[in-house]
Design a protein around this ligand. Structure first.
Ligand code: SAH
Length: 445
């Protein structure tokens, strides 16, 4: 999401006459787009800032700005804590950047961290930065109303707002004309997308008015994109189980160009912990949703996010997480040790009582199990044919392309005369936990 936001920022500054440079040393303005999701993300930013000290000593004109969630969370305090910072701008205030930079030019430090109920950057056509020209992100919602007790996002990104579908289609059309082959529709909680003319989601209370207002839900948006751009592969992230509806899965099944992959974070396999996290579904409801997905799209790639060591997590809760993973057998997962975030409900009400050592041990156990499952899931592709969109050179060898299947598996295979952006049928010969390895598929005569 920060990647997509940085492209919006680049576009706003380009309109104001700024130019992008590839080399930080050449810049007179450095902007760091920051993440607050875990403490480690913030520490990474603080360390990066230290690296800029020597550059600032050499270049007196250099200005440094902090954007994004850390800016929103810490506000003016950041100016006190990080003397090198001239500018602090929250995620809804990027259109104010030209004014703020004017203030900074006049040797003032500037801050704008006002959150909005309407800002979606609808009218900005993002400048694609360091992009392969193949995959692009397209934001469809901003903010989050889901108040998971561990999560800082509602505080740093504000209320949930959906973007006008016309402006989404316009952006995808531009990408299509530039030759992009795959887009990822982005939001904290894409399944709760709802366009009824603007405004925060929670202001729209009567479901019965959907039809009257010709409101668009996420499945409607997916269908619109899929039918308007049959040549483009469509992905989306992130789905929240409590908001994902069957019509989304059915729409995925209906259109070949919507990829068969769902990222469906659960965070814990224990009902007690899910409740404490304010995830508004049970383990059973989640498993039923997985069952539905596999009924409708049998080969669907499914991935997850998991948190270990949430306050009060017992060994039994942890075993529930492991057994849930055994039941689902995910293709992939992002796994984290719980990091207390100031201001969240969990930080205010629950003691962070699981020791770092125990969090780590549990984390290692779920990572090991996930690797085993990823390997098992990858093995099912051996000897089969996959359709792969080439998106980069393989990291390990320049003689190989790397691309992804519809299910989101990474595939590497020899380059031959293929080019970036080609869709190639590959026969899978072997695999690791992370990669399928194959060769082009030749039909036997
Ligand atoms: N809106 C997305 C989450 C985005 S954050 C969703 O609900 O799925 C990505 C992941 O970071 C989360 O799914 C969660 O697993 C992890 N995360 C969020 N807050 C965390 C915290 N306080 N400590 C550890 N991991 C956290």
């Amino acid at each position: 999401m920060n990647f997509a936001d940085s492209e919006v920022v680049a576009s706003i500054l380009k309109m104001d006459g700024y130019k992008l440079t590839d080399k930080a040393e050449d810049a007179n303005l450095l902007l760091l787009n920051t993440c607050s999701i875990r403490d480690k993300a913030e520490q990474t930013v603080r360390n990066k800032l230290k690296n800029f000290n020597s550059q600032k000593k050499e270049n007196k004109d250099l200005k440094v700005g902090l954007l994004g969630c850390m800016a929103e969370r810490l506000k003016e305090k950041l100016l006190d804590e990080e003397k090198i910072v001239d500018l602090v701008v929250g995620p809804d205030s990027y259109k104010d950047l030209p004014n703020l930079l004017d203030e900074v030019e006049h040797n003032q430090r500037a801050v704008n961290v006002i959150l909005s109920k309407s800002e979606t950057y609808d009218d900005i056509s993002p400048v694609r930065i360091h992009n392969n020209g193949i995959n692009a992100f397209v934001s469809i919602t901003r903010g989050c109303d889901n108040m998971c007790t561990f999560c800082v996002v509602p505080f740093t990104r504000g209320r949930e707002r959906s973007r006008n579908p016309d402006s989404i289609l316009r952006e995808i059309n531009e990408l299509n004309e530039k030759g992009y082959k795959e887009i990822t529709l982005l939001g904290q909680n894409v399944d709760s997308y709802l366009w009824y003319g603007g405004g925060p989601k929670k202001d729209f209370k009567k479901a019965s008015e959907y039809q009257k207002l010709n409101a668009k839900r996420f499945s409607d948006l997916l269908e619109l994109v899929a039918t308007n751009f049959p040549e483009i592969r469509i992905r989306f992230s992130t789905s929240n189980p409590q908001d994902m509806t069957v019509d989304v899965i059915e729409t995925m099944a209906k259109y070949e160009n919507i990829c068969n992959h769902i990222h469906l974070p659960i965070q814990s396999g224990s009902d007690r912990i899910l409740k404490k996290m304010n995830r508004l579904h049970t383990r059973q409801e989640y498993l039923e949703l997985i069952k539905k997905i596999r009924e409708i799209i049998p080969n669907c790639g499914i991935s997850h996010d998991m948190i270990t060591g949430f306050p009060t997590e017992t060994e039994r809760d942890h075993q529930d997480t492991l057994s849930l993973m055994e039941e689902v057998k995910y293709d992939f997962g992002y796994m984290f040790a719980y990091s207390e975030r100031p201001g969240t409900y969990a930080a205010r009400h629950f003691k962070d009582d699981i020791s770092p050592k125990l969090k780590q041990r549990r984390l290692e156990e779920i990572i090991t199990l996930q690797q085993k499952h990823s390997f098992e899931r990858n093995r099912r592709f051996i000897n089969s044919k996959c359709s792969v969109l080439i998106d980069k050179s393989s990291k390990k060898s320049d003689d190989y392309w790397s691309g992804r299947t519809s299910e989101n598996n990474v595939v590497v295979f020899p380059k031959y005369n293929f080019s970036l952006g080609d869709v190639v049928d590959v026969k899978i010969n072997e695999c690791t936990t992370a990669t399928l390895i194959g060769d082009i598929y030749k039909v036997k005569v």
